[in-house]
Ligand binder design. Structure first.
Ligand code: BG6
Length: 487
């Protein structure tokens, strides 16, 4: 094996966005409402509230649908990518993007999820988008399900709980593979497939008050089983319809450290990490881990499987592993430790790490650890499809934005990424979250900015929507130009 220095040639540098956080145009050209369109603005949402399912109920969905404005529902307006995608792609191309990860809003193609025929206008939008990307030599990576299932399916079937949704998703995916087979080679099934346990409505349309009392876990794991089976089924279709295509799984890499070397801390941490791996384990190895099955049994969860499900899981595993990485967590067996927020999850505060304005602990070495762990576990090509920091940006009087904190975040992560590659990890790409400011998934804030490109819009939707380049824009351009040599 020859010694390798730096990033591989053809490394796929780029950015990642999701339809529901950028497109807007929520009720335009035949699009049906999705679960994202009833997500309200909640700037003060505490991560601890996730477990209590604050933020969604049948009543809130009804109220949201009685209000057709986007005032309290920022994802309905996004950043108007639906109409401005050409301008945005031109900016991504200016930075030298080799790839862009986007998602397809299911309810643009099947407004309620159950139509016989797809909505042509929706299909055409993505065709135009992918065609323009190809023209600019930007390789599309497309997520089929990124927190935006048709609301009608969520209400009718309690999201992915009922098996019927598997058929609807398979139908939707096939339509996408057929239509975009000459445009898209890289696909992902479910964004952060593990997140069903943290926010079941956003991820899988599960409405908490529709779950029988005490049966929430049962509903979540049944819905997850449906997603895992659907993921395997569409992996098969993807390979058949698009020769040479590549299908990936996508997990939230929640790397967790023991708070101390007390074996009790190590054990609880091990369990947390295993719980995090469980989902991608199924998608990579094609079977449920025995340890997880036993854990579910203990919880009294019984997954109903149809004949052939286990064979389907085994036969159609993913080609590569993608993941998001924002921060690391720490765990302790002792109660009462000070805790801090991570990405829709809490952990014990780590005294060695600084935090973002939203409390997420910045840990570049954690990215290297994650890459090594994932590669050692799965031995599959890896791609980081989300990484970045949400921050409040200040626009100077001359319009410039000096986001040196963001540059530092990325630089420190890229150094570790490079070291992991040099250590032998097969990493073929990196897409930052997000190359352009967009609506936050968790709080629907605009002020939680991630981009290299600034978008003139505030939390309430005021602003010109004009795009401008932050300092990090020029920096990332240079990183791509030098294939990560000049950081
Ligand atoms: C990931 C999601 O979990 O985190 C993205 O896949 C999301 O959709 C990102 O935007 C950052 O989270 P937030 O809540 O800051 O937008």
């Amino acid at each position: 094996m020859s010694m390798h220095k730096g990033f591989p040639e053809n490394f796929m540098w780029g950015g990642a966005i999701a339809a529901n956080q950028v497109e807007g145009a929520w009720n335009v050209d035949g699009k049906g409402p999705s679960v994202a369109d009833v997500a309200s603005y909640k700037p003060h949402l505490s991560v601890e509230d996730y477990a209590g399912h604050v933020g969604i109920s049948t009543k809130m969905i009804e109220e949201a649908m009685a209000d057709l404005s986007d005032k309290d529902y920022p994802k309905r307006r996004g950043i108007d990518f639906y109409h401005r995608y050409k301008e945005d792609l031109a900016l991504f191309a200016e930075m030298g993007f080799k790839t862009l990860r986007v998602s397809i809003a299911w309810s643009r193609i099947f407004p309620t999820g159950e139509e016989e025929t797809p909505n042509e206008k929706g299909l055409r939008f993505y065709e135009n988008l992918f065609t323009e990307m190809r023209r600019l030599n930007i390789e599309p990576i497309v997520t089929l399900s990124h927190y935006e299932m048709p609301l009608a399916l969520s209400v009718k079937y309690n999201g992915w709980y009922e098996r019927k949704v598997v058929d609807n998703f398979v139908k939707f995916s096939r339509v996408c593979f057929d239509r975009y087979k000459n445009l898209v080679k890289y696909w992902l099934t479910f964004n952060e497939v593990d997140s069903i346990n943290r926010h079941p409505f956003t991820t899988a349309g599960i409405i908490p008050d529709r779950c029988p009392e005490g049966q929430e876990d049962q509903v979540v794991y049944q819905a997850l089983h449906h997603q895992l089976v659907a993921s395997a089924m569409v992996t098969k279709d993807c390979h058949e319809i698009i020769p040479g295509s590549q299908m990936g799984c996508m997990l939230t890499k929640l790397t967790t450290y023991p708070n101390t070397c007390n074996p009790a801390d190590v054990e609880i941490t091990l369990q947390r990490n295993l719980n995090n791996y469980f989902y991608s384990d199924v998608q990579v190895f094609g079977e449920y881990p025995v340890l997880t099955l036993r854990m579910l049994e203990k919880k009294g969860v019984q997954i109903h499987m149809e004949p052939g499900d286990l064979e389907t899981l085994k036969a159609h595993t993913v080609d590569f592993v993608s993941f998001s990485y924002y921060m690391s967590l720490t765990e302790s067996a002792e109660a009462g430790k000070e805790r801090t927020a991570g990405n829709t999850i809490m952990g014990v505060k780590n005294p060695y790490l600084p935090s973002t304005d939203w409390g997420w602990q910045i840990d570049p070495i954690g990215l290297k650890i994650s890459l090594i762990e994932l590669y050692d576990r799965y031995r599959k090509p890896l791609i980081i499809v989300e990484n970045g920091m949400g921050a409040v940006d200040r626009v100077e009087s001359d319009g410039s934005i000096h986001d040196d904190y963001r540059i530092k975040y990325f630089r420190d992560h890229f150094i570790q990424m490079k070291e992991a590659v040099e250590a032998g990890v097969d990493l073929f790409g990196y897409t930052s979250w997000a190359p352009i400011d967009l609506i936050s998934a968790s709080t629907s804030q605009m002020s939680k900015r991630y981009g290299f490109i600034y978008v003139d819009q505030d939390d309430l939707g005021n602003g010109t929507l004009e795009r401008s380049r932050k300092d990090s824009f020029y920096w990332y351009k240079k990183v791509i130009e030098t294939n990560g040599e000049d950081l």
